[in-house]
Design a protein. Structure first.
Lengths: 623, 102
């Protein structure tokens, strides 16, 4: 099997699985689970052999020709794609495995696993895409599968609303993305990533802020950056493994991946805006996370915050500077962002699956103030979750430490203000993670559900253990280089005093945040912050809700009014003048024609005679 | 033998046709209307024969054979319909046959 065939197989297996489930196995949950599992295992196996095979290729087929526009479907399998493919297929496989246990009692299992398969297909499509059109198609497909899966418990109104919100908010970002693609095609005559790279190498790029910023809109929507971050916390209505797969590890990271793909198009002003949006998102989400009581919402805001880190890293590290009269692009941003993306996929999937295990064990209790004391009852979950927490807060020696330090290093070198904000965010990260960890696993059990909790089965604990292993070792250069190849070389490294400085800073930050939270929060049914400092608690809650309120206000007051105006105009002109007008005219004609219909044969014969006479008069040329 | 010109035949044909059409216009009995229709058909046939004779070709005559054949079949069907109609409605007066109106 050639690598291209292998890649094609990886792309098509999940599609086949989704099709089989959708067509034949809608009512057979058990079989659907097996089909989807086999597909996920096949993808993981094929992907690993493709990545380990070391073959990197590009291959493109023409799909359709519309005038001068050629749309092609193709594979661009370089080290970046290989890294992303590893994350998607490997983490995806373990999340499938976890789902087998987690969704065991669900009545709509078949729909769920069909959704997972169609998601795998779409996501792998993004990873392989060699041009922006193809990427956009699969981009929309992941949005669709995300909609399907958030909506899994569709009998719940909140889940139905959340899925619609996610879809619509993404549409806003995708509109910008599409405009960016069109503008890119308009300007360069191609959207093929390899050709764009060649144009850039030959210095043929036009200086345009608009193209990268419009393309960035797509990432703002998909990776939930400000101001389109509102959909991600609500998307937690979906089943927890879905949150782990789509809303933590892979789909939301697609925005970062896409940015890394179009890096050559970047210009300094655009990078500056990207950097600030990422930084703002990181800080905002970390602040919101502090006052959440739902275990999944805490993780959702933490995901937002970490995505902000990645976007900021991309903006920081991909600086363009002039050298010998030529613009030179450095790729440190890609290195740091992809590094953090990978480690984040490991530990965030681990944390989400851990929370899934907790939720499953506690009989679908999600409020951390109703848990407590789970350390003893769920030892494996506790241990793996702890590793996840330590990884995300940047404990030295774990994956998150290395990738976060790479980002902080970039910030320190390039922008002091961003560096300060990201450091503060790191304190907050340690703070809210330790808060949640302590409330869930320590103290006394505070509800019946938590008291009756139990450790989950092997299909759920095995993924936790594997991901915990990756969360520990994933950050070491030797291991990461095996996965990422040349992308690993782009990761910035500190040397000498810089190294000591960044190491000391990050440890101090870690200690302040985690010890603060450990000392401050007393396990109880009430939030300690709410009790001690109500004002601060309320302002943080308001901060979280202000965006929703703002959009709610916009939709209700501005958009609704505008829609009413359009509706009014439509009623008058379209429905009134045109539709009613025409129907009235036809009705009038009918009224006249009806008068002719007398029911008397003789009347018809007279009309006939009249007709003949008229015809005769006309043909005889009398007039 | 008196030679009768084309005009006389055409005139007769026109008169027959006019009588037939007038009958269709004024008579109320379906059967009579039907006879009048046949009269109109015959008028047309007569004109065809007359033209055929005048031109010295057989085209018109051939047409007439076809018309006669078709007319025979048509009469059978038409009369059958009228009989069926009478059985159902007990009348064949056209001013009573207005069930489709309203």
């Amino acid at each position: 099997m050639t690598p291209v065939q292998q890649a094609l197989l990886i792309l098509l297996i999940p599609l086949a699985s989704a099709a089989i489930i959708a067509l034949f196995l809608r009512r057979k949950g058990g079989l659907a689970t097996i089909v989807s599992m086999v597909a996920a295992a096949a993808i993981a196996g094929l992907s690993l052999s493709l990545i380990a095979g070391g073959e990197r290729f590009t291959q493109s087929w023409e799909w359709m020709q519309l005038g001068g526009l050629t749309i092609s479907i193709g594979f661009k399998f370089d080290d970046l794609a290989a890294l992303m493919l590893f994350v998607v297929s490997f983490v995806g496989f373990f999340i499938h495995l976890f789902s087998v246990g987690y969704m065991h009692d669900d009545k709509a299992r078949a729909r769920y696993f069909g959704g997972l398969s169609i998601f795998m297909f779409s996501m792998i499509g993004i990873v392989f895409a060699d041009n922006l059109f193809m990427m956009f198609i699969f981009w929309e497909l992941v949005g669709f599968s995300s909609y399907l899966l958030i909506n899994h418990y569709h009998e719940k109104q909140s889940a139905a609303d959340a899925s619609k919100k996610a879809f619509i908010v993404n549409r806003v970002g995708d509109f910008g993305f599409l405009l960016g693609i069109i503008l890119c095609y308009w300007t360069y005559g191609t959207v093929n990533l390899t050709e764009l790279g060649m144009i850039s190498d030959s210095g043929g790029l036009v200086y345009s802020k608009l193209i990268p910023l419009l393309l960035f809109c797509g990432a703002v929507g998909k990776s939930a950056q400000m101001p389109l971050q509102v959909w991600l916390p609500d998307a937690m209505e979906g089943p927890t493994p879905v949150s782990a797969l789509i809303h933590a590890a892979t789909m939301v990271a697609a925005g970062i991946f896409m940015l890394c793909r179009i890096e050559v198009l970047m210009v300094p002003e655009a990078l500056n805006i990207i950097m600030w949006i990422g930084t703002a998102t990181a800080l905002y989400a970390a602040l919101c996370a502090i006052v959440q009581s739902d275990i999944k919402k805490v993780l959702a805001y933490s995901t937002l915050s970490q995505l902000g880190y990645m976007v900021a890293a991309f903006g920081l590290g991909s600086l363009v500077f002039e050298q010998d009269g030529k613009d030179v692009l450095i790729f440190a941003g890609v290195g740091a962002a992809m590094f953090h993306l990978t480690t984040h996929a490991f530990f965030k999937a681990l944390l989400f699956l851990g929370s899934g295990s907790v939720i499953h064990g506690c009989h679908h209790e999600q409020d951390i103030f109703q848990m407590g004391g789970l350390r003893k009852k769920m030892p494996i979950t506790f241990l793996t979750f702890t590793i996840g927490v330590l990884a995300i807060i940047g404990m030295p020696g774990l994956a998150g430490f290395f990738s976060k330090d790479a980002i902080l290093l970039l910030a320190m070198r390039n922008n002091t203000a961003v560096f300060a904000i990201l450091l503060f965010t790191a304190i907050l990260t340690a703070f809210y993670m330790v808060r949640m960890w302590k409330l869930v696993f320590f103290g006394a059990t505070r509800s019946d559900n938590a008291a009756k909790s139990h450790e989950s089965g092997l299909s759920m604990t095995l993924p936790l253990m594997v991901l915990a292993g990756l969360a520990i070792i994933g950050g070491y250069t030797g291991i990461y280089r095996k996965l990422a190849g040349s992308v690993a070389d782009l990761v910035p490294h500190a040397h000498g005093s810089e190294h000591t400085l960044i190491l000391v800073t990050s440890i101090v930050v870690l200690l302040i945040g985690s010890l603060g939270a450990w000392a401050y929060y007393k396990p109880g049914t009430k939030d300690t912050l709410e009790q001690n400092s109500n004002g601060l608690f309320n302002s943080l809650t308001t901060l979280k809700e202000s965006f929703d309120a703002l959009y709610g206000y916009y939709v209700a007051k501005v958009q609704q009014r505008f829609a009413m105006l359009l509706n009014f105009l439509e009623q008058i002109f379209l429905a009134g003048l045109i539709i009613r007008g025409f129907s009235g005219l036809v009705g009038l004609l009918g009224l006249g024609a009806r008068a002719l219909h007398l029911g008397s044969l003789h009347a018809y014969v007279h009309w006939f005679l009249l007709g003949i006479v008229l015809l005769w008069v006309l043909t005889s040329g009398l007039f | 033998m008196i030679e009768i010109g084309l005009n006389a035949y055409i005139l007769l044909s026109v008169v027959l046709f006019a009588i037939g059409f007038f009958g269709v216009l004024v008579r109320k009995n379906t059967l009579v209307i039907y006879i009048c229709l046949e009269l109109m058909l015959v008028a047309a046939t007569l004109a065809l024969v007359a033209f055929s004779r005048y031109n010295g070709t057989m085209d018109g005559n051939v047409f007439v054979f076809f018309i006669l054949t078709v007319a025979a079949a048509e009469v059978a069907v038409g009369l059958a319909i009228i009989v069926a109609l009478f059985r159902k409605r007990m009348t064949v007066q056209v001013d009573k046959l207005n069930a489709l109106k309203n």
